[in-house]
Structure formats: structure tokens, C-alpha cells
Design a protein. Sequence first.
Length: 465
Amino acid sequence: MGKDLLSYIRNGKTMTRQEKLRLIVELSIPSILAQLSATVMFIIDAAMVGHLGEKATAAIGLVETTTWLMGGLGSAVNMGFSVQVAHFIGANDFESARRVLRQSLVCSTLWSLMLSLTGIAIHSYLPYWLGGSADIAHDASLYFVLIGICGIFFQMEGLAGSMLKCSGNMKIPSALNILMCVMDVVFNYLFIYTFGLGVMGAALGTGAAMFVTAVLMLWFLLWRSDILGIFKLKKPDGEHLEWYVPKSDVVGTAFKIGAPMGLQHVLMGSAQIVSTIIVAPLGTVAIAANSLAITVESLCYMPGYGIAEAATTLVGQGIGAGQRLLTRSLAYMSVGLGIAVMTVMGVLMGVFAPELMSLMSPVENIVAEGAQALRIEAWAEPMFAAAIVCNGVFIGAGDTLKPAIMSLASMWGVRLTLAAWLARDYGLRGVWTAMATELTFRGLIFLARLWKGNWNKRLIQTTKP
């Protein structure tokens, strides 16, 4: 049914309010399930490492924000191309969509290799740059470099998943992400406990699961997709190497979309790293509690990201089809759904915070500090949802510069300023109070832009080259 309703957007058919809501829900559910399964995977991973002791947990927690930064940079490149694909599909220009896909494979591969080399170069210094102590530095640097080496798998899995989702296929990427979570748990158990590799095992298990998922995701994209399957739909004379050579129009548009996102990830990631540096002097328990609480909190916001992915697809195809009013309506309904879902999740997180933290660590002090942080954060979940889904809307529209500036101003001007001030007197509780305040502020300014901004102005000219 979802694909049939998506064709309404491309073909300019009228949709009722009930059909719009059904389309949003049908596209969101697979992504929400995948996001939740990924969160459960991270929780199980963290629990496995947590039972190795607080030092092992702190080692991974220390470099976790930096790995997110590297992943965010890869995601920015992927979205620069996949948003173009969504626009071309919305305009029924499937040939141009496949043209963008071919070039994205080359550009994303080169980018991931550069990121991996950077990670290898800095891994031994990173823990000390982040304020980590010598007793956790070795494990932290080892975990980071192994994740960095596996960067090509993360990049290709993300690219293929984004392309499939922007074409309207949410089920295959979501099912494969759920499978990846299962494999990650199995591989991590083998490497951490059966082979006794500890923190190294956690990185190897995640890398192995990502490798298998990337291969499967690329197969469904390149060989099985009806719209984007370049090897399924290739011409009789076969594929030509020049079709993969990056061209200025495609790369230039990808840069317009991806560069602000990349800059946002750099500065937002840097802000997360600064936040880690603020937490680090509070001690090993605070580092571990902060890391585990962030993992638990993702149970709340992953549904928001699932709805945001659906919004990106709907808005991208709607703008490509020239359906301005329909696009705006779908955007408003997506944001409303995200706020409703994450409000419920925030209430549940606040009520069951101690029980959730006890699943992560047997250390009472870590559980107590983490639960207190989660209950502070629960109040910010509705506006956090607004920020997440609005951002998905803006990405689908190719409107990434102003939202990036807004996010950066909020993070650096509100969260870090408050965190540095409150941490001195209130410790980890002060850091999370600053976080909750900033997320509420960011949600409000994103809602203001959604209602009054010109985010649905077309960026990509969807005409055949």
C-alpha cells in the first residue's frame, strides 16, 4: 500500500488526510522497528562490555562521541546524493536517479577511505586529547581504530540504505538493520566472551555484522531494486566505467546539500567531544554513567529518527514532483506524529529509569547517576522529537544550511555554556540539565522554521541532463 500511495505524490493525485497519515505510518514503522532494534543492540553491547567492569565501559564511552562524528561525516556525504535521488524519483526521472547513484558509489568509497586513514592516524593520541586517564587509554584507542578500519562497511551500508529508503523501499533496509542487530549480538558474544577479546571483541563483532549487512544492502540496491538496480536494469552493452566518473553537476549539488550537514556533524560532534571532556574530570563512574545513559535514552529518540527518515522520503519525492502544498501537509503531520510518540517514550523512560540502567551495569553508583540523568532528560523528549523530525523534513527538501546553523548555535551557545557552568556544582546532573534545556530550545526554533520558513523551495532542477 505504501508504494501505491507514494505513486500518488509522483503522479499528482489528491490524497485524503487519512491516506496521508497511513502513508506516513507505513513508511515510519519499518524504520522505527529498525531504529529500536539498533538501540536494543547498543544496549546489549553496552551491557556485555559493562559486565567487564567500569574501566571497559569508560574506555568505549570516552571515544564514542568521536566515532559518532566520523559516522556523521559519512552520513552527510550519503545524504548529499540520496536526496538528489529522491527528488529525481519524485519527478519520474529514474534515469537521472541512477546516474546520481553510480557517482555516489565512487565518491562515498573515496570519502570513507579518507576517514579511515584519519582514524588510524589519530587513534593512539585521541584518548589523551579527550582527557582520558592512562588506565583506559589503550582499550579506548584500540576500539576506535578497529571501528575506523571498518569505516567502508559503515559507509556502504548507510549509502545503500539511504538510497533504498529515498526510493520508497523502507522494508528491506529496515529488515536488514534488524538482522544486523541480531548478528552484532551474536558476533559480540563470540568475540567478547568465547574468544575473550574484551573491548577489542566489541569492535570486531560490530565490524563483522556491518560487513555482512553492507553486502546484503548493496545487493538489494544494485541488483534487485526496480528503480535503482543499475545491474538489474543495465543496457545490453553492459555497464560503462565513464558512467561512474563524478560529474560537476551531481557532485556540486551533493556538496550544497551535504557540506552544511558535514559542517554540522563536525561542530556538533566537536561539541559532543567537548561535553565528554567536561564529564571526564568527574571520574570513571560519571563517564560510564553518562555513556550508558545516552545509550538508554536512544530508546526514546530512535522512533523519532524512524519517522524523520519517512519524512525525508516523502518531502524529497513531493518536492521533486512539484507538490508544494501536499509536501507541507505531510511535513506537519510527520512532526506531530513524532512528538506524540516520543512524549510517550519519555514518560516511560522517566518511570523506569533505574530498571533500564540496571540492565546496563551492575555497579550501583553508575545506575544511580544514570537514572537521575535520564529523568532530567525525559522532560525534553517532545521538543527533541520536533528537532529530529523537522530536520528530516529539511533534509528531504535539500534545505540543510540554515538548520545546521541553528543546531550549532543551540549546541554551542546553550548546551555547552550551561554544561560547563553547571557541572562545577552539580556534576553529571548539571550536564544533563544543560542538555535537556538545549534540546527544548532547539525543538522550538526548528518548529518556528517549519511553520514560517521557505524550506520547501526546490534546490534541484529535476530535468534530464
